[in-house]
Design a binder for this molecule. Structure first.
Ligand code: GLS
Length: 810
């Protein structure tokens, strides 16, 4: 990629502005300046983008395709600048033109085509795949509306549409020539020739056009630009006549209109199934079209193509790939099946039963009838193959079609060569409990790939003040090799370094405090502990446990305003799925408690609660660098991995955690003294399930503290929560506290006391914080994708080295 000095940049920038808008810098609005900068960037990397593609093609490289119904890139301006190696020059150049880069970054909407961890992971992987030079692409849906915008009205969550495309999207390129048709609905009949070959005949239904919008995924200073391909639906020109009515057009347009706003809690809706088939079919068709251009025999396809099924949403890749091979390429079933299993791999991201997708047979037949036929045949053959080898019961439990439903996880596991979980504990649980039957059948297919995070975004971009301290202390190699953060351990007794890290943290806390003041009207003390829980609002994540502890502290302070606790600001960020009533009630109660506590002068500002609206990637970038404490308090076994836990640790927050998901590996990385672990273990949780001895009401009866705290939900202590307080109270006492909040309450309070105590000894606290930063390198997603590449996809980096002008040197 062409490097520029400041002077050249300024000239190019002014010239581009004149060409695009016929304007001088001084006349242009931030939006025009943003577009000018973006267009300068895209034209600078498009040469590399084309070249990367050419290189993969010339070298006939095996490529992976990451199929995900969600991608959550957030803003791309600064991360692209960083990866292009332009950030410093552009920042300085713009400044000389009187422009703040951050003001331009503000213009860009957050690209929020995902709900939370699952989508963000996909985007961290896209960054890392490009940055490690791996030939890998994304494949998903270009939703017209991203995840809803959250506002609080009367302390309730309300949802507003996210019209992120309103002002266009700089980074995408519409590729009309790469469009494909997708058939939905109707009927399909099979006819057989004298050889017994079956041919499908389609009747009725609709054909829609899938048009790809490609976005360059710029690697970190390596001249590699991969592709994230998102599909948008259109009415095919030749079908215009069939779509005259508004309703008919609407049926088509709805397909890629909205992202389903549910995380780990999927409702089985017809439109969702259509979305799944739409992007699966479009993606697999375009892969096969490319493969055929290579003129290789179809039997070699697994040496060129790896398709990754990210959670069950794209599980129909298995059947669609089969369909194309047998119906379009005349490959026999057996050969096609063999190739399919070699090409496909699958990641499970949750053990929550409601998120393991199942579709009713009638629905699947009506959305994608040919796919249903193929799944039926896969199921029939699976049963036939296993009969006599495995027990009848095991076969019944593992087959794809059961009780008139199609089990998508079963399809993904049976139709692929690899199934992985996303943290050690989660992968073990898959083997021992959730997918144990499949582990019996296919032990070699199961493996673990602990999640990771895009280190550069979460340090260099989000936390420049800490990054500067790191550079000054351990040099700059950590920027490329995050494992080098360990060098920081050499300075754990160096007061100067500890103080520098503390100063960087304070800068970030002041910045967040200003944001809080501006957006919530709450004044917070930057010297207080900033205690952060940021993630989707879900009962299993137990924001309620956090709240109950805050209420306990409040009650204690009311009794004794001189209680010697460190001042704390509890910061929440969380969206609830619009249909998730209970989660919305929790938001309301947290907000009302915040109003109560924040306005109570008698507690001398020792406690504050801030619930920041509209938690998204950009807000995460603001909050995480300012956090002192990271709340990772899900019920053990429920959080598959978590990734905010890694981001917070990397930014020096100290974790208070259950032994759940990747928290276990964080504990292993930092050691017991540098993390506050509490609560039931996963084994203990399963014991309770087994012997059914959990009685939340008994804890309530016997424990005065618990009773006093829980009663505030219904006794008027917290105003305006009449029905919500009762609902939550009932969930705990009447419905026996599904997520063991009361069981873990005491242990949690003790762990919180240890945090309070540790914070009082600032030097020790800073050392703990330093050890967290130093040990975070292992959670780089660069590392994670390399494991996927070697163990699952069998793809390798391109070894074409390029010089600064983007010329390939072989
Ligand atoms: C999730 C899990 O709940 C998270 O624990 C995990 O970190 C993430 C990425 O693997 O996937 N599964 C899901 O459906 N949404 C998630 O965030």
């Amino acid at each position: 990629m062409k490097k520029m000095n400041k002077k050249e940049f300024k000239q190019c920038f002014s010239r581009r502005l004149a060409e695009k808008f016929a304007m001088e810098v001084s006349d242009a609005s931030p939006s025009e300046l943003y577009q000018t900068l973006g267009s300068l960037m895209t034209s600078a990397y498009s040469q590399d983008w084309r070249q990367t593609w050419q290189d993969y093609r010339d070298a006939e490289q095996k490529q992976s395709y990451y199929f995900s119904i969600e991608f959550l890139p957030g803003k791309m301006l600064k991360s692209n600048l960083l990866n292009m190696g332009w950030l410093e020059t552009v920042e300085a150049g713009l400044l000389e033109l009187g422009i703040q880069l951050d003001d331009l970054a503000e213009i860009e909407p957050d690209m929020a085509l995902g709900n939370g961890g699952l989508g963000r992971l996909a985007s961290c992987f896209m960054d890392s795949i490009a940055s490690t030079g791996l030939p890998g692409n994304g494949n998903g849906i270009r939703y017209e509306y991203g995840l809803f915008k959250q506002r609080f009205v009367d302390n309730y969550q309300v949802e507003l549409p996210d019209e992120w495309l309103q002002k266009g999207n700089l980074w995408e390129v519409r590729k009309e020539s790469k469009a494909v048709n997708v058939r939905l609905g109707g009927n399909v009949y099979l006819s057989s020739d004298e050889m017994g070959n079956l041919t499908p005949h389609y009747q009725d239904g609709m054909v829609v056009r899938a048009v790809p919008y490609d976005t360059g995924m710029v690697g970190y200073q390596n001249n590699i630009v991969n592709t994230m391909r998102l599909w948008s639906v259109e009415i095919p020109a030749e079908e215009e006549g069939n779509y005259r009515s508004v309703e008919a057009r609407r049926t088509v347009e709805d397909l890629t209109s909205v992202l389903y706003p549910d995380d780990s809690n999927e409702a089985g809706r017809r439109l969702r199934l259509s979305q799944e088939y739409f992007f699966v079919s479009a993606g697999v068709q375009s892969i096969l079209r490319y493969y055929k251009e290579l003129k290789q025999p179809i039997d070699k396809i697994s040496q060129y193509v790896a398709i990754h099924i990210n959670d069950t949403h794209p599980a129909m890749c298995v059947a669609e790939f089969m369909r194309l091979l047998i119906d379009e390429e005349n490959v026999s079933w057996e050969r096609a099946w063999n190739l399919t299993q070699k090409v496909m791999s699958y990641t499970n991201h949750t053990i929550m039963a409601e998120a393991l997708e199942k579709w009713s047979i009638p629905m699947m037949k009506s959305v994608c009838p040919r796919i249903y036929q193929i799944i039926e045949e896969i199921d029939r053959r699976f049963v036939a193959e296993m009969t006599g080898v495995q027990s009848f019961d095991l076969i019944q439990r593992t087959r794809i079609i059961q009780n008139d439903q199609v089990h998508m996880a079963h399809l993904a596991i049976i139709g692929s060569h690899s199934t992985n979980g996303v943290a050690k504990l989660h992968s073990d649980l898959l083997k021992s409990v959730v997918l144990h039957d499949f582990y019996e059948l296919y032990p070699a297919r199961f493996n673990n790939k602990t999640n990771g995070i895009a280190m550069r975004r979460w340090t260099q971009l989000a936390n420049p003040s800490m990054s500067k301290v790191l550079d000054e202390t351990i040099g700059k190699t950590w920027r490329k090799t995050p494992g080098d953060l360990r060098l920081l351990l050499n300075y754990e007794n160096d007061d100067q370094v500890l103080n520098n890290l503390a100063a960087a943290k304070l800068t970030n806390k002041k910045r967040l405090a200003a944001y809080i003041q501006e957006n919530c009207g709450v004044e917070v003390n930057p010297h207080a502990i900033f205690d952060v829980q940021i993630k989707r609002l879900h009962a299993y994540k137990r924001q309620l446990l956090n709240l109950l502890h805050i209420i306990k502290l409040y009650l204690e302070l009311k009794e004794n305003p001189d209680l010697p606790i460190e001042p704390r600001v509890f910061i929440f960020g969380a969206k609830a799925a619009p249909s998730y009533h209970y989660a919305k009630s929790i938001i309301k109660v947290i907000n009302e408690t915040a109003s109560l506590i924040n306005n109570d002068d008698s507690i001398h500002n020792k406690l504050k609660i801030v619930f920041l609206e509209n938690y998204n990637v950009s807000l995460a970038e603001r909050i995480i660098p300012a956090a002192d404490v990271s709340e990772q308090i899900s019920l053990a076994s429920k959080e598959a991995s978590g990734t905010s836990n890694m981001k917070l640790m990397l930014n020096g927050a100290v974790t208070i955690a259950t032994l759940d998901g990747a928290n276990v590996e964080i504990r292993d990385a930092v050691g017991d003294d540098n993390i506050a672990i509490f609560g039931l273990t996963e084994e203990e949780v399963y014991q309770y399930y087994e012997n059914k001895t959990y009685h939340a009401a008994a804890i309530y009866e016997q424990d005065n503290v618990v009773r006093r705290v829980i009663d505030t939900l219904i006794d008027g202590t917290i105003p305006n929560i009449h029905s919500e307080g009762q609902e939550i109270f009932d969930s705990l006492i009447k419905y026996n506290d599904e997520y063991f909040v009361l069981r873990d309450f005491e242990a949690y309070c003790i762990a919180q006391m240890s945090i309070d105590k540790a914070y009082k000894y600032q030097r020790r606290w800073l050392q703990i914080s330093l050890r967290n930063i130093a040990n975070a390198g292992r959670f780089s997603s660069d590392h994670t994708v390399q494991r996927y590449a070697e163990d699952i996809w069998q793809i390798e980096p391109v070894f074409a080295h390029k010089d600064d002008r983007g010329v390939t040197k072989h």
